[in-house]
Ligand binder design. Structure first.
Ligand code: FAD
Length: 292
């Protein structure tokens, strides 16, 4: 099933993001989490892809296994900045052979690979999107940034390029994580004003530690509201208290987003299930009664 069909079906869409594990131990944890999360009947799960261009088949393989073994609908992330067109074609043919019908088309993070590669055939996700759409084999989604992409000189320019990505064929967007819903709702106003009409799935991540909060917010350049910062400081060192606070914070965020008209939720799981399960339990029953 293409993700866009689920989004058009009129019910809220719930999804989880995983990343390819590096060790056998991590793989065991991921499959345990995926099996637990499957019980919540997610509309899809997504699998991240390294921007370095190295080992793209880890994403292909994990996507194939999650689909074949667990019967999950998979959105494979595909980054383009370090790939040639021929490599992208090869990866796509393997995804197709695995029965994968959904791709999240991305430029890829360039900070963890030391900047833009000097010789490249793709500079932006919109170019990859256009190539993927031409194959006719995939429903293509894209990334977006409620607090603006960190490299964009202005919000206006970022939205202009986002519109190009949608015009190239991105049928839905998934947001960067954010902790203040006002950014999401303002972003929807800006995209609507720019004529972007595709669904925008909010991406949420339950924060489970002070260091984790610092790492993610610095890496992704997203703001931390005082309420979250104070709570994380208050519960730092108390695992159970932190977990409870974090789930409550993300559940309140999720509830407000769904009631405010968000088409669903995309949860960044970090390959763990407990917090995601609690959050969905808190909001999913209620959400099934809300219109899209
Ligand atoms: P683009 O849409 O290409 O935008 C990148 C920047 O270029 C923006 O500032 C944009 O305004 C600008 N731009 C776009 N077009 C033009 C143009 N024509 N001229 C000038 N400027 C332009 N990273 C990974 O490495 N692997 C993953 O699996 C991954 N998954 C992600 C999932 C989600 C939901 C999100 C939100 C991000 C993900 N990322 C991932 C991070 C992402 O790759 C980075 O944020 C990257 O810096 C931008 O990717 P993009 O696809 O949004 O790029």
């Amino acid at each position: 099933m293409r993700v866009t069909e689920r989004l058009k079906a009129g019910c809220k869409v719930f999804s989880f993001e995983f990343y390819p594990p590096k060790t056998e131990q991590d793989a065991a944890k991921l499959f345990e989490a995926a099996r637990e999360l499957k019980k919540l009947a997610p509309d899809f799960v997504s699998v991240t892809n390294s921007s370095s261009g190295a080992m793209p088949y880890r994403t292909v393989a994990l996507s194939g296994v999650l689909k074949a073994e667990l019967g999950l609908e998979v959105v494979a992330h595909l980054t383009c900045v370090a790939h040639t067109r021929a490599e992208i074609k090869e990866i796509c043919s393997r995804l197709k052979a695995m029965g994968i019908k959904n791709i999240l088309a991305l430029r890829g993070d360039i900070h963890n690979i030391g900047g833009l590669p000097p010789r490249r055939e793709y500079s932006y996700a919109a170019q990859l999107t256009a190539d993927l759409v031409k194959t006719g084999d995939f429903a293509v989604g894209g990334a977006c940034y409620p607090e603006k992409h960190p490299e964009a000189p202005s919000f206006e320019e970022d939205i202009r390029h986002l519109k190009e990505k949608v015009a190239a064929g991105a049928e839905y967007l998934i947001t960067q994580l954010f902790f203040d819903n006002a950014f999401y709702f303002r972003f929807l106003e800006k995209t609507a004003a720019a004529g972007i009409k595709v669904p925008v799935l909010p991406g949420l991540m339950p924060i489970t530690g002070y260091k984790q909060m610092q790492n993610f917010t610095q890496m992704m350049k997203v703001s931390v509201p005082d309420g979250l910062r104070l709570g994380i400081e208050r519960w730092d060192g108390d695992k159970d208290g932190m977990f409870k606070f974090s789930v409550e914070y993300a559940s309140a965020q999720a509830d407000e987003l769904l009631k405010g008209g968000a088409p669903g939720l995309h949860l960044y799981t970090l390959n763990r299930s407990r917090a995601a399960i609690e959050i969905l339990k808190n909001v999913k029953g209620e959400a099934s009664r809300l219109p899209n």
